[in-house]
Each structure stands twice: as C-alpha cells, then as structure tokens.
Design a protein around this ligand. Structure first.
Ligand SMILES: [Zn+2]
Length: 348
C-alpha cells in the first residue's frame, strides 16, 4: 500500500520504504493524532521495531495482519526500540514482551518518568505534576478538571508500564542486520526522547521529535524538567547539525528532509516566543493569561474553544515559552506566595 504525500498516511496497511524498512500505522482511538507509525526493520537476524503502538486489541491485531503481509508474525519481533515513554509508543512493546519475549529498549533519560508512573500506580495516585504546573501557570480551576479526566484514562493499562530490558545511551550503536542505527538523545517532547539515525541509508526514525504536520507537545510527562522548551530547541538544532536524512515520523507521512522540517519548527517557535513576549508587554501576567491572549491550532482557536486536555497542553506549552524568554533575558519572573509565576517585561 502506498500513500500520497499528505493524505491517507493513517490508513491501515504497510508502506514499503525499501531495503527491509516498512512503515505500519496503528490506530489511536479518540485521538486527534489519528494513528501512530511503527517501523519494522527486517534483516537476516530477525525483526526489529521502532516504536510499538498503544497496547490495545485492535492495535495488536492490525500489527499482526500487517506483519503477516510482509511474511512475519508478532512473535518474530526480536526487539523494540522505543523513542519515548508515551503510551502510544511504549505500552504495546511491554504487552507483546509479556507474551512473546521481545526485548524492549528505551532511552535512559526516560527512567525518572517510568519510575514516577510506577510509584504513582503503587500509591494509587495520579502520576506527575500537571496540577502543580497548572497552578503555577495561574490555572488552578483547570487542574481539578484534568485530574478527573486522568483518573478515567490511567485506570486501564497500568500493567503495561513495566521497565524496559535495556536503557539506551546517547551515541550507542544498535546493529540491525547490515544496518547500524545510532541512538541520539533528543530531550524536549519528553526528557528521555531518543531518535534513531541510519547514517548510511540517510534515514531518521524521529519519533515525536520532528513531526511533518504538527509541533509536538513540550514537557507533558510524568516527571517534568525545568526548561523543556530550551531542551527541545537544543535538540532540534542538534539534528539540524547532523547530515540531512529522510524523515520517518511517528505521526504523519514520511517526508524527504529532516532539515527542511526542523527549519520550519524553529521558525514556528521563534514566532511563538515573540507572540508570548508581546502578550506580557501588553499586560498578560501568568502563563494562563498569555495562553488566553494567543491563538491555537492552525484554525486560530481561542484557548476556551479547546477541550480541557488541549487547554492543559496549551497552558503548559505557554509556560515553557515564557520560561525560555526569561532564560533569554527578554522577560523577568517572580513567584507569588500562592505559587503562581508572574511575568513582566525585563527591566533591561
Ligand atoms: Zn506520539
């Protein structure tokens, strides 16, 4: 099955990318992202997968029938290389390992995230500090709402958050038959996100670091870091400094040039930084105020038009932009007694 450059990438099937590399989109029910791409790499020493999908019966059934069409079974998967710990990439690797014994590898930087999830499951509470982030952003009311949504979301697949067999290190080489994939740490979307670079074939398995049509959320993770957007922009510049490659993203169609898309993403964030700065200069004080002043998605929605989950992502992303503006000395910040960060134009 081949797909056109823009439409139809999420349709079930297998896209043959040549020389034993296959793109397989798997379903994400009720998700605006529509599908997650997993990549099968076949060689004489077995089948290796980059990312695994969300552990759902429909997803595993589609993976099985897709692999069958290229002569493999799910139990032939020798190893999963997972780009980051989000459920649509990681959980199916754990589910398949449990039954068929595949090895699961994940970036070493994700260990705090998985540890936090495991601790939260044990203590029967929500993972992470989204509520803290939202309160700091001046959006305490939304924090309560989000906790209710997450309670229903997290209940289902607690068993699929076990640890990987192996933590991948930066610059580590993974042999896949005749190919060598180099592990590159690209923190930002999550703190331990990694991409896999096949320099010889000029392919970049980019996970959610570089997506062709959308910008990945920043810092939505169980154990957040202080400056996720700074890290993300640094990681974009890092892949820009490497030789250009074909972009094999986790969501969206394969694209010819990582560099072209990275340039667009850097420009997008430059624009967002300027808009956020202007909003503060015009009087917005908290991340929530600034998110209200900005427009969201390509359709230029107002914050209040987004559903609560997307409002949460928009506000935490705005906070990340404001924090970078502080690092760049374009804004100043002070924290009020009740823990809310208030921004103002830098006196210098
Ligand atoms: Zn994703």
């Amino acid at each position: 099955v081949s797909t056109s450059a823009t439409g139809g990438w999420a349709e079930p099937g297998v896209e043959d990318l040549g020389r034993g590399v296959f793109r397989i989109p798997l379903p994400l029910p009720n998700d605006a992202l529509r599908a997650v791409n997993v990549y099968a790499i076949s060689s004489d020493d077995g089948l290796l997968m980059v990312d695994a999908g969300w552990a759902l019966d429909t997803s595993e059934a589609l993976l099985a029938s897709s692999l069958r069409s290229i002569g493999y079974r799910v139990e032939d998967v020798r190893r999963f290389l997972v780009t980051h710990c989000h459920r649509d990439h990681y959980t199916q690797a754990v589910a398949i390992r449990r039954r068929f014994g595949a090895r699961v590898s994940l970036g070493a930087g994700e260990e705090p995230n998985l540890t936090e999830i495991a601790t939260a499951v044990r203590e029967q509470r929500h993972s992470g500090s989204i509520a803290t982030t939202l309160r700091r952003a001046g959006a305490a009311k939304l924090a309560i709402h989000i906790d209710e949504i997450r309670a229903s979301m997290e209940a289902d697949d607690q068993i699929n958050w076990e640890m990987p067999d192996q933590w991948l290190l930066d610059d580590e080489a993974v042999e896949a038959g005749p190919r060598t994939l180099r592990v590159i740490e690209t923190p930002g979307h999550t703190r331990g996100h990694v991409v896999f670079h096949d320099a010889q074939a000029a392919l970049l398995f980019a996970g959610d670091h570089v997506l062709p049509h959308i910008t990945p959320s920043i810092g939505f993770e169980p154990s957040p870091v202080r400056w996720p957007l700074r890290d993300y922009l640094d990681s974009l510049r890092l892949v820009q400094s490497m030789p250009d490659a074909k972009l094999l993203p986790a969501h969206g169609p394969v694209a010819p040039s990582v560099h072209d898309r990275v340039a667009e993403l850097l420009e997008h964030h430059d624009g967002r930084l300027s808009e956020a700065e202007k909003a503060v200069v015009a009087g917005a004080a908290t991340a929530y105020d600034v998110a209200m002043a900005l427009r969201w998605t390509r359709r230029e929605h107002q914050l209040v038009d987004l559903d609560p989950m997307n409002q949460m992502l928009a506000i935490s992303e705005t906070a990340a932009h404001l924090d970078v503006l502080v690092l760049q000395n374009r804004l100043a910040v002070r924290t009020l007694d009740e823990g809310i960060d208030v921004y103002e134009a830098s006196p210098a």
